[in-house]
Design a protein around this ligand. Structure first.
Ligand code: ADP
Length: 362
């Protein structure tokens, strides 16, 4: 007896997405099924190209469908369509960026913990996985993206009154650092900070994006407030180093996002430990501190990134791609954080939608 598509769909109804806890058929992730003799070909559409559980899904599909009598081989192909904000919210008049599926802020309690570095590598990592990605330098007081992305030779242009983002390292990006005199201090009063952030977000031609990553200024100032009122966010990532003092500041950042009703998608422990040129690991700052804090605050932990000379040097050289193509240990850490974040965004979106940009200030 030949194998039928109905049999295959029945088996696929027993395979759950491990994070979304619903089966692939119900989640509408099975895009095609073809049978030829004993060979079954299945196309599964993931909610992000940076899916952390692709291998597990593949194994589960192969095991479930391979158990049908007469099936000799199961081939699984993957496509991806980034889970998007609720259609109403994307289309709503108050959303200034309807072409962007997911907006993710990257914040930190204090400066110098590697917030901008992590934001850059999240953006580049998501793009390398196949997503269309923008990176906005919302750190209007101390923009780092001109250096971290090597934008020295780039000059901003406008078209139809919209600022054209730079297209570098596979991403689109814009920073206030390329719109003002680089040697002048950036002193913004509250309303000016609001205006500068708003302009970068809404007057840059971001176009259609799967993810827009926003590098926030450190601490808990005006900009996150402006952002929460302006943009429908998927949520925020908090970058923290392991030391107690850094954790204390990161806790305040988590509390701020919660007060602004912004989901905390997770904590990244940066500078977790030092890897010497000899490959030896040195636990300088108290590895695991940020993970413990994340657990205490009941927010997801997205992983750690060690201190490496390569990351510092590639950042200074404005060459983030080298972080993914050089030292495999560094690349593994960064890719794992990228996937963990992409997973959390999908979970959050499919498990309840985005945060409405409403806020009451007392
Ligand atoms: P922040 O945005 O929090 O102020 P940056 O991202 O600008 O911090 O990083 C500060 C400095 O630390 C930069 O020179 C950056 O290259 C370096 N840095 C950040 N993370 C690491 C790391 N894991 N290993 C080595 N250098 C790092």
């Amino acid at each position: 007896m030949s194998v039928t598509k109905d049999q295959i769909y029945d088996r696929l109804r027993t395979v759950n997405d491990p994070e979304l806890h619903r089966d692939l058929v119900t989640l509408n992730m099975v895009k095609s099924v073809a049978v030829c003799e004993g060979l079954v070909s299945i196309t599964v559409e993931l909610t992000t190209p940076a899916c952390p559980l692709k291998d597990k899904i593949q194994q589960d599909v192969q095991a479930a469908v391979g158990a049908i009598d007469g099936v000799t081989e199961v081939r699984v192909e993957f496509t991806a369509n980034v889970a998007q904000a609720s259609p109403q919210q994307r289309a709503s008049e108050s959303n200034p960026l309807p072409g962007v599926k997911q907006i993710i802020a990257v914040g930190a309690g204090k400066g110098g913990v590697g917030k901008s570095t992590i934001a850059v590598n999240l953006a580049v990592g998501l793009a390398r996985a196949g997503a269309s990605v923008g990176l906005m330098d919302g750190d209007i007081y101390g923009p780092s993206l001109p250096t971290l992305l090597g934008l020295d030779g780039e000059n901003p242009t406008t078209r139809d009154k919209l600022i054209q983002p730079f297209e570098v390292h596979g991403i689109k990006t814009m920073t206030i650092g390329k719109l003002v005199d680089p040697d002048k201090p950036l002193i913004w009063r509250g309303p000016m900070a609001h205006g500068a952030f708003r302009q970068l977000a809404t007057q840059t031609e971001w176009g259609e994006l799967d993810y827009l990553i926003i590098d926030l200024p450190p601490g808990t100032g005006d900009v996150p407030l402006t952002m929460s009122q302006l943009l429908p966010l998927a949520g925020a990532v908090v970058v923290c180093t392991p030391q107690k003092v850094a954790q204390d500041d990161a806790r305040r950042a988590v509390a701020m996002f919660r007060q602004l009703q912004i989901e905390v998608l997770g904590v990244v422990e940066n500078m977790s430990y030092f890897i010497g040129d000899d490959g030896k690991e040195y636990d300088i700052f108290g590895r695991g501190g940020a993970e413990m804090m994340a657990r205490e605050l009941a927010v997801p932990y997205l992983g750690d990134v060690p201190i490496t000379t390569a990351l510092r040097a590639n950042s200074d050289a404005g060459d983030p791609i080298a972080n993914f193509t050089g030292d495999p240990t560094l690349a593994d850490h960064l890719e794992s954080v990228v996937k963990a974040l992409a997973g959390q965004v999908s979970i959050h979106t499919l498990g309840g939608g985005l945060v409405q940009p409403t806020i009451s200030v007392s």
